[in-house]
Design a protein around this ligand. Structure first.
Ligand code: GA4
Length: 328
């Protein structure tokens, strides 16, 4: 039996400090760039990218569509749900009782799928799916560029050996738009207690790479290797990159997927958009040949993305699901 988590978990926020999230300038010279990307993936599994070349207009169009949707009435929004697997979700996360103080849209990045889902979401589904499609294309390109830099920085012979996982037409990548409504007056009492509500509980992302962008409202925190929760200053013009579980396996544990969470301690609504880059369901995931050697054998049993997803959905949000695939 899986115990449901409390609707509004609260966490102490005092033991956090605002230091050191790596910022990577993508316009930098390539060999220096690939080194920096690898270092950030090793140290934090998380970094910010600037000079990414994603047109602002593509981002603002999706943000506009998100804002439009979340400002609809509850009954209208509910018609686009539940998000099992795709559409509108509210408070429920996954299938095993996890809850958060948020509402969201989950879309598969396959055009046939999101075009269909758009019909229940928007008054003008064509415009909505066009905004989604343009955003996905940019996020995918950015994710591929980063994975190619990673391959170069790791001296893997084939520069495309990681990006090919997320380029295939059948890839299982997902787009998520999270909306954390502003907290009500009662929040004050929690702030006095130095506590905040958990909008989305701590977890790592199962996929290869996550490209995240939010409006100018804070709330995201990442866990540092020494176990501190580090608040991430929002930056609506830039993107944040997270290492997911599958990339941890592909690099044989050299990179570690970053645990993160979102708090709703703001007076304004926070909206974030995440592109979760994943391979096709039937693709096998195991360390790249260069990353596992007789002296450094694979830490994980091989699995398909479908098997890993199934494991993720059978567990709770905060579980370390990679443990199930560790070589004993
Ligand atoms: C975390 C990353 C993505 O948001 C997501 C989430 C998914 C969901 O919300 O349905 C999961 C979560 C995420 C990991 C464990 C399982 C699955 C909720 C949950 C409890 C869409 C994903 O792919 O995995």
């Amino acid at each position: 039996m899986v115990a449901p988590s409390p609707t509004s978990m609260r966490v102490r926020t005092r033991k956090t400090k605002a230091v050191g999230i790596p910022t990577i300038d993508l316009s930098m010279e390539r060999s220096e760039l690939s080194e920096q990307v690898v270092r950030a993936c090793e140290e934090y599994g998380f970094f910010k990218v600037v000079n990414h070349n994603v047109p602002r207009e593509v981002v603002s169009r999706l943000e506009e569509k998100g804002t439009e949707f979340f400002s609809k009435s509850t009954s209208e929004k509910t018609q686009a749900g539940p998000a099992t697997p795709f559409g509108y979700g509210c408070r429920n996360i996954g299938l095993n009782g996890d809850m958060g103080d948020l509402e969201y849209l989950l879309l598969h990045t396959n055009p046939l799928s999101f075009t269909e889902t758009s019909k229940t979401i928007a008054n003008d589904p064509t415009k909505f799916s066009c905004a989604v499609s343009d955003y996905i294309e940019e996020a995918k390109e950015l994710a591929c560029k980063i994975l190619e830099l990673v391959a170069e920085g790791l001296w893997v012979p084939d520069k495309f050996s990681l990006s090919k996982f997320i380029k295939d037409v059948d890839c299982d990548s997902v787009l998520r738009i999270n909306h954390y409504p502003p907290v009500n007056k009662n929040q004050d009492q929690y702030e006095q207690l130095d506590q905040a509500r958990v909008g989305f509980g701590e977890h790592s992302d199962p996929q290869i790479l996550t490209i995240m962008r939010s409006n100018n409202v804070g709330g995201l925190q990442i866990e540092t290797p020494d176990g501190l929760w580090l608040p991430v200053s929002p930056d609506p013009n830039e993107f944040f990159v997270m290492v997911g579980d599958a990339l941890q396996v592909l690099t044989n544990g050299r990179f570690v997927s970053v645990r993160h969470r979102a708090l709703t301690n703001a007076a304004e609504a926070r909206m974030s958009m995440m592109y979760f880059a994943a391979p096709p369901l039937n693709w096998w995931i195991s360390p790249l040949p260069k990353m596992a050697t007789p002296h450094n054998p694979s830490l994980y049993k091989p699995f398909t993305w479908a098997q890993y997803k199934q494991a993720a959905y059978s567990l709770r949000l905060g579980d370390t699901r990679l443990d199930l695939f560790k070589v004993q």
